[in-house]
Ligand binder design. Structure first.
Ligand SMILES: [Zn+2]
Length: 253
């Protein structure tokens, strides 16, 4: 499941491969944009906001994509054969130097760059961007005082970037039971910790929250294993789309 740091890494790779390159062929395999043709436009930059990727051209056009659970962009040499099943390819962009292929993209759309706010304007501050604003993030989270901290950490309109791995790990590191309400949490400290974790992983693929590459996470994906801090058995609950893990001793109810 891609989290914000994974998406930023992907955007930087795309930027390095495509920026300043002229598009020689574009192929969008979604009905609405099947006839959209970006040939002749030059890629200006590839940017990320939260889990959204924004590829902008010199013609004022943005290709907006979102991975959701399984999407990815892969970069190949120019004219190389793309791997993977054809039906999973949603977008193919060819430049003189590289071929970029988007697989299983949950969102793929082409819009005017001037209208980007229509698709990403709802997002909260992103800890991986230069315009990160921790105070604004805290203000937004406090407006959700009656929500559980688990819901608030996943709400991309509060902070754009955390997914389910970080949600579970932030709660462990702050000693929050997953059902604790936002109003009973130290919002500023929670946001500061979550921002630090995202930044610590900005240059690598994968979410290390323990500082240890072998045992990467405290509770995520560790159901029935002993807590690495106290030895209690990690619990798991699966009653929503997102799986919850917690240590009953370190995160009392
Ligand atoms: Zn524990």
């Amino acid at each position: 499941v891609p989290e914000g740091d994974t998406v930023h890494v992907a955007a930087r790779k795309l930027h390095r491969a495509l920026a300043a390159q002229r598009i020689e062929r574009s192929d969008f395999r979604v009905p609405r944009f099947a006839t959209t043709d970006l040939r002749g436009q030059t890629v200006r930059e590839v940017d990320a906001r939260g889990k959204h990727i924004l590829m902008r051209t010199d013609a004022g056009v943005t290709v907006h994509s979102h991975f959701a659970m399984e999407g990815e962009w892969r970069i190949y040499a120019a004219n190389a054969r793309a791997r993977g099943p054809n039906h999973e390819m949603r977008a193919v962009l060819d430049t003189e130097r590289a071929r970029a292929v988007g697989y299983r993209l949950a969102i793929l759309e082409v819009l005017r760059t001037a209208n980007e706010d229509d698709v990403v304007g709802h997002l909260g501050p992103d800890p991986l961007r230069a315009d990160w604003d921790a105070a604004e993030a805290a203000r937004r989270m406090k407006q959700h005082g009656g929500d559980t901290i688990s819901d608030a950490l996943l709400d991309q309109t509060i902070v754009a970037g955390w997914g389910n791995v970080y949600r579970n790990e932030i709660n462990f590191l702050r000693g929050h039971h997953p059902e604790r309400l936002v109003r009973d949490c130290d919002v500023e400290a929670t946001i500061a910790l979550g921002a630090r974790l995202l930044r610590a992983n900005r240059e690598r693929a994968g979410q290390v929250t323990t500082g240890n590459l072998r045992d990467k996470n405290w509770v995520y994906s560790r159901a029935r294993l002993p807590c690495m801090r106290c030895g209690a058995t990690i619990e798991k609950r699966n009653d929503t789309a997102r799986v919850t893990y917690w240590c009953p001793a370190c995160q009392p109810g």
